[in-house]
Every structure is written in C-alpha cells, then in structure tokens.
Design a binder for this molecule. Structure first.
Ligand code: MG
Length: 390
C-alpha cells in the first residue's frame, strides 16, 4: 500500500472447461480458497446449465458456455450454448485453461485454447491420447504450454523439475490396481457394476473408476506420459501400488530414484498446475509415512490386466490408433455402466475395434474425429447380441 515493496503478483486468470464435474468442482474449491491468487474468468460445462450458472454467480465469471444443453433446461442469460461458444470461452484472454471436460468432448475446446496460445493444464487424458501428435505440434508452433493435472503426471512433472532429459532412464506410473487386483480372473465374467464402481483409494467419476478397475486408465496414462514428457514407450513403466501414496516416480541414469508422495487428493495437482508450478500453502495435509507404511509395490499381471499392453501397443503404433482405442473404450465402458456389456468383454471389444481400424499416420483433426466416429460405430455395432455371438 505505502511501501516500495514489490506489488503482489497479479491474480492468475483461470478458464475452467468442465466446471461442474468432479475435477471442476475441486478446481473451484482451490480458486475460492485463494481469491487473491486466482480469478475465474471463463467457465464451460458439458450439459448442466443450472450448475454452471451457480459457478458463474459465485465467481463473477465473465464468459460461460454449455456444450450440449439438456433439453428443456432453462439457460440463464449470458451463458452461451454449443461447441463454438465453448471454443470461444476456451480461447478467451487468460493465464491458464484448466481442461476437465471428460472424454473426447474436450478436444476441440482445448485445441481452440492452444491455437490462441493459452497455457493448458489438462486433467483430461483423452486430449493427449486422441490427439497427442497434433496437440504437441500445434502447441510447439504457437508456444502454448501444456501442464499435467492427472495425479501421476503431476508427480512426474514434480520429479523431473530441474532435471535434464538425458538424465532420465525411466519414468514409472503407479496404479492402485483397482478393486480386482486380487480377484480370481476366472470370475471376471460375473463382476457386477457395483463391484467395479467401488474404487479402493480414489473417489472419481464412474468412467475413470471403471477404467481404473480394468487398468485401461493406466494404459491411457502411458500414452499421455509419452506426449507430456517426450519419453519413448520402452522407457515408461507401470507398477501396482495399492495405497496410492506414491503417485509416480522417475529412475535416473545414475541409479537415483525420485518419487512424489501424498495423500490422494486431486486438489494438490490442480493447484500446482493452475499456479504454474508454484506451491500454495495448506492444500492438503502431508502424508504420515509412519502411519501409511509399508509402501508396497507389485508387478502388473498382463493376463489380469490386458488393457495396459493393448494401450501401450496402440501408443507405439501411433497415428489414429490411440484415438480408436479411446473411443472404443468409451463405448464399452458406457455399455458396461448401462449393464449392456459384461465386465470381461470391455477390453476384448476395444481390441477388436483396434484390429478393424485402418491406420492413418500423422493424422489431422478430421482424421482423428473420423477415427473416433469409426471406432464408436464399430464398437456400438458389436455390442449387439447377434453380432457379439457371431
Ligand atoms: Mg491418473
């Protein structure tokens, strides 16, 4: 006020894509706790205009849009509708765009933000899984930064800060192993929706919870890590760590390993990303290692969790293969959530769709969207009972 001390840093202007979902609400928590650090200037919701209006009023958001308004739901004044309106909010003037719209729907708004040169903090792994090559190419061309919010990738980012790329021997993602880590695979056909939704450590939305049970989530995260950190697939490992305390680790060429630990709380990686890597006080309590020991780690059994190898192979194939993998998995998981597909049929349906897709290298956005549409149609058609038995 009166001194010559450096003025407080200006508030970081945040645009939040997916403001009403699980990650979006936690991002709002962080912003609300640090009103002197963050200003929520733009918000996009998938379909819930009512919940979005609450966010708009609470934070005085300047621009907002809902991608697919629910039929019959009244849309408050000032909230736009449709994908173009969402892209406009994504591209508006800001310091960081937090991407938390689940699934493929995040792709176009994220690309709009990148084309406008915005820094992306992505919690939506599909953005890099579907379009990693394209997103990286465009971000490099315009100088847009990409920061991770996914907890494992945030951990890797923290482990890699200040290190040289040539010092890295291997990055290793940890996985809880989900609810079926020890279940007899011979009984996988009888797994119910309720059993699959019971995640042992993280409280997340239903799609990612099922992906954690099959470990397709970790497969998608291998692809995400490849693009975020420019590490070859052969140098990306996965281990099962049931307590979800070690969020991932990096092995260096000199034999040193650096890991990031913490209680499972997504507000830590969210805050770190929207603050551009700066640590804010009191986001979560530190992990109590004396209470949480022993820290156990196990190899991934490829027969129990075939999704991990399938995703890794799709990543190595490159081109549109990861987009096909992702879309087929979305269809299969939605069908399982709808009780139209058995748990043990999810990954085989994804593999069948991948095998049927024609490879396109260096895909454009249209190639990616075509591959996504192909995979959705193929997988949906092969859900039909007559086709399944054929
Ligand atoms: Mg994760």
């Amino acid at each position: 006020m009166t001194t010559g001390f450096t003025a407080a840093a200006p508030r970081r202007r945040v645009v939040l894509l997916g403001a009403t979902g699980s990650i979006g609400r936690q991002c709002c928590d962080v912003i609300a706790r640090f009103p002197d650090r963050f200003e929520l200037v733009g918000a996009v919701a998938g379909s819930d205009a009512g919940a979005l209006a609450e966010v708009v009023n609470r934070f005085g958001v300047r621009r907002a849009a809902v991608v697919s308004p629910r039929p019959g739901q009244r849309r408050p004044d000032g909230i736009g509708a449709g994908i173009e309106a969402a892209c406009e909010v994504a591209a508006m003037e800001s310091d960081v765009v937090c991407v938390a719209i689940p699934g493929a729907a995040a792709l176009r708004p994220t690309l709009a933000a990148i084309e406008a040169g915005r820094t992306i903090a992505t919690a939506t792994k599909e953005v890099l899984v579907m379009a990693g090559e394209l997103v990286k190419r465009r971000a490099a061309a315009v100088g847009a930064g990409i920061l991770p919010v996914d907890s494992e990738h945030s951990a890797l980012w923290q482990c890699l800060r200040g290190e040289r790329a040539e010092s890295v021997a291997r990055i290793v993602l940890t996985a809880s192993g989900g609810p079926f880590r020890e279940r007899d695979p011979a009984t996988f056909a009888t797994i119910t929706l309720e059993e699959a939704l019971r995640h042992p450590t993280w409280n997340m939305g239903p799609k990612v919870t099922i992906d954690s049970a099959t470990m397709m989530n970790k497969g998608l995260e291998i692809i995400e890590a490849h693009f975020l950190f420019d590490v070859p697939y052969a140098s990306i490992g996965v281990v099962i760590h049931p307590r979800s305390i070690v969020h991932s680790f990096v092995e260096f060429i000199d034999g040193a390993t650096i890991a990031q630990l913490g209680i499972p709380d997504m507000r830590v990686p969210i805050a770190l990303a929207i603050a551009d890597g700066e640590r804010l006080p009191g986001i979560a309590a530190p992990v109590q290692l004396t209470a949480s020991s022993p820290l156990e780690f196990f190899e991934v059994d490829p027969a129990r969790f075939p999704a991990v190898g399938l995703a890794r192979a799709a990543g190595e194939t490159g081109g549109i293969a990861p987009a096909v993998l992702n879309a087929a998995n979305e269809v299969a998981v939605a069908a399982f959530l709808d009780r139209r597909l058995g748990y043990d049929a999810i990954v085989p349906l994804v593999a069948e769709t991948l095998a049927a897709a024609a490879l396109v290298r260096q895909p454009s956005l249209n190639d990616i969207l075509d591959a996504d549409a192909f995979a959705r149609q193929f997988a949906a058609r092969h859900l039909e009972p007559g086709v399944m038995q054929a």
